[in-house]
Design a protein around this ligand. Structure first.
Ligand SMILES: *Cc1c(COP(=O)(O)O)cnc(C)c1O
Length: 460
């Protein structure tokens, strides 16, 4: 019999609703400048009201609008793939499966939320979106989504990536997005950052501040801001990954023992993992691992605090693990994972022990990426390779223990525009970067005066 590699869903089997984890977990509220919980009205200059409603909704299932399904169908449902070549290369008894999210037009999971965000903004009468991008994945995803719904798109790209990644810029331009380097002289947040350090490489925190500032200061009121990770509605949109995966595994009578994804702001991880959380709360034995870089160890080393999502403190205080809103992450080769904070929903479930975060170093990350390219064929994004390093680790453990573990992971994107980093690795130029405890303690001083979130328990 031929060995099956992929499990497909038909288009009419695609999930019609997103899963909203806020129905099932306890959360600390975001806090405004006055120290009180933020009201939806306070967010209305930044986001359209239909998305704010999703951000605060506690309804468990939320319908995916038809026009959104129509665009998602350009590449969804994504296949569930059995990584048989990797299994053989490692000689592991583990069965390893992944969701291939690299097949979207922009090459990552990010269009899963870019498309509904562009749609809801358009529905609300918004004509223009501003956003930030690190490595360029989010900027290209939102440019694509805006082109589908006729919305303008302006992107502040972190300076180092703007200089190092010309082809992400070209993608944005092809889809009609306008991309400028951050910090820029066009916003107060940008000018302040340039004054502090004229040669700054920039950071996601600064770029977010610039994009928010431009959105809220448009006198026509037709501009809003869009964020590619961290927020509740972003996690919600990404759950289509895990909902599909669950259906696909059911079709072949499998259920994961271990779930793994990389975590920058938490969205591709949440997308895969959230639909399995209730099962775990109800007693299923599943290990769920978000994986982050040792150079930006938000979940593994930083405390659970109230902190801002951006450098200029325009966002509310969010209950999350944070390295501090002014933290400048070291220049690791995974722009999508260089963020000081984490999705509050992911942070909450880490504090409850539902998720067990891990960190990995750059060299093992690239070794894993190259092994996967040479076995499964797809060249992974360096972000994805963080998950791959952890997958290989678990597969080896299963081999030592002689256990037939079922591992499910998320292939969050391809690395076809990250080849400079691969070249550097292949010529021996990639170093391990680890943040020291001293650097972390120093970074933490920034939220000394902030209120403290409560330690809540969602389940018995
Ligand atoms: C942006 C990105 C990530 C990290 O973002 P999350 O919100 O943590 O998912 C991971 N992988 C790829 C390919 C990305 O583009």
């Amino acid at each position: 019999m031929m060995e099956q590699r992929k499990v497909y869903l038909r288009e009419d089997e695609m999930p019609r609703q997103w899963y909203n984890i806020l129905a099932d977990i306890a959360m600390n509220p975001p806090l405004g400048p006055d120290g009180n919980p933020v009201s939806p009205d306070q967010l209305s200059p930044v986001f359209p009201m239909n998305l704010i409603e999703q951000e605060v909704s506690t309804q468990r299932w939320i319908d995916i609008p038809e026009p959104v399904l129509g665009v998602l169908k350009i590449w969804r449902p994504s296949p569930l793939v059995r990584a048989r070549n990797l299994e053989k290369a490692l000689g592991t008894p583990a069965r390893i499966y992944f969701k291939n999210e690299s097949l979207s037009p922009a090459g990552s999971h990010k269009p899963n939320t870019a498309v509904p965000q562009a749609y809801y903004n358009k529905e609300f009468g918004i004509e223009r979106l501003t956003t930030e991008t690190g490595a360029g994945q989010w900027g290209s995803a939102l440019s694509f989504a805006c082109s589908q719904f006729g919305v303008e798109c302006k992107i502040y790209m972190v300076r180092v990536s703007f200089d190092q990644k010309p082809y992400r810029k070209s993608m944005m331009a092809v889809w009609g997005g306008k991309c400028i380097p951050s910090p820029s002289p066009f916003t107060k947040a940008g000018r302040d950052a340039l004054e502090r350090d004229p040669n700054t490489p920039g950071s996601l925190g600064i770029a977010i501040s610039e994009a928010i500032e431009e959105a809220v200061s448009d006198p026509t009121g037709k501009t809003r801001y869009s964020l590619g990770s961290v927020l509740n509605h972003v996690m919600l949109h990404q759950t289509i990954i895990g909902l599909e995966a669950k259906k696909q595994m059911e079709k072949i009578n499998e259920y994961p023992d271990i779930i793994i994804a990389c975590a920058g702001g938490g969205s591709n991880f949440a997308g895969l993992a959230f639909p399995f959380v209730l099962d775990k709360m109800n007693g299923k034995q599943i290990e769920i691992y978000p994986v982050e870089p040792a150079g930006c160890p938000t979940l593994t080393k930083a405390p659970f605090v109230y902190d801002h999502g951006d450098t200029a403190k325009y966002t509310p205080l969010l209950p999350m693990h944070s390295l501090g809103h002014s933290f400048m992450p070291p220049p690791i080769h995974s722009g999508g994972l260089r963020y000081h904070g984490m999705a509050p929903t992911v942070s909450q479930l880490v504090t409850e022990g539902i998720f067990t975060p891990k960190s990995v170093k750059q060299k093992e990350v690239f070794e894993a990426g190259v092994l996967l390219a040479r076995t499964e064929g797809i060249i992974p994004a360096p972000e994805t390779s963080h998950a791959l390093a952890a997958v290989i680790d678990e597969a080896k453990k299963a081999k030592e223990e002689g256990k037939e573990k079922v591992i499910l992971f998320n292939w969050s994107g391809h690395g076809l525009l990250d080849l400079t980093a691969y070249e550097k690795f292949l010529s021996g130029g990639i170093m391990d970067i680890e943040l020291t405890d001293k650097e972390i303690t120093e970074a933490e001083k920034i939220f000394a005066g902030h209120p403290k979130p409560q330690l809540l328990k969602s389940h018995k």
